[in-house]
Design a protein around this ligand. Structure first.
Ligand SMILES: N[C@@H](CCC(=O)N[C@@H](CS)C(=O)NCC(=O)O)C(=O)O
Length: 232
């Protein structure tokens, strides 16, 4: 049986796993669900009601970084570095990437300008720490694409969309290496393939539905004024 990824098309954590499946050319199936109305079978299968989950035969794996470690161990072409110290540091940066991903989520839901600016400043401080560790030519560790790249690509892609909606959200002068890295990752084949078609439009529709502060900068003619507020 091929690995089966249970996905919600706009989830950055699912996208991390999709990137690894693509980068390692692992033959797999994807089943998309609507997190606003999750089907009964998903509620039974997913221990915490969250995506991603990966089904391997009768086993169910959850937590994107754990799933990616599994895929990296079991399938050829290791993405984690061979050096144990570098590998441990990469794991730490992946954990940092999860914190950054939640900040990006918060940028979409905070309701006032002040809350938005506070979250953004906290994210930029996290990026201050990251900036000096990015090799960025072309990838986090230098020449080899790694699990760190798979972890940050979805959040940097969403930050790029947020910057399209509210220019100035990305600070190119403060984090030149992260920004160069972002440009490379957004064009990377495994990242492009992991993105739903017209990803930017879908993401902006989700921002509209979330009714956060940033939604006022969206093009109102493109969105339904009567859409009910919701997270997914
Ligand atoms: N730490 C988890 C986070 C997964 C997560 O929060 N997924 C969200 C979608 S992006 C979800 O399934 N939310 C549904 C819910 O909380 O009910 C991971 O890395 O896999």
């Amino acid at each position: 049986m091929k690995p089966r990824l249970i996905s919600y098309k706009l989830c950055p954590f699912v996208q991390r796993v999709a990137i690894v499946l693509n980068q390692k050319s692992i033959d797999h199936e994807i089943e998309y669900i609507d997190l606003a109305k999750p089907p009964g079978w998903f509620q039974e299968l997913s221990p915490f009601g969250k995506v991603p989950i990966l089904q391997i035969e009768s086993a169910v794996l959850w937590e994107s970084s754990v799933i990616n470690e599994y895929l990296d161990e079991v399938y050829p072409n290791r993405l984690h570095p061979a050096d144990p110290v570098l590998r441990a540091k990469n794991r730490s940066w992946i954990e940092h990437g999860s914190q950054c991903t939640w900040s990006i989520f918060d940028l979409g839901i905070k309701e006032t300008e002040q809350e938005f600016i506070e979250v953004l400043e906290r994210l930029l401080k996290k990026f201050d720490m990251l900036e000096s560790s990015v090799e960025g030519i072309p990838f986090f560790n230098g020449t080899e694409f790694s699990l760190v790249d798979a972890c940050y690509a979805p959040l940097l892609q969403r930050l790029h969309f947020l910057d399209e909606v509210r220019p100035g959200t990305v600070d190119r002068n403060r984090h030149p290496k992260i920004n160069a890295w972002m440009e490379i990752l957004l064009q990377h084949p495994a990242v492009q393939k992991s993105s739903a078609p017209r990803m930017g439009e879908h993401y902006k529709r989700l921002l509209w539905k979330r009714h956060g502060y940033i939604s006022q900068f969206l093009d109102k003619s493109q969105h339904d004024p009567n859409v009910q507020k919701g997270l997914y």
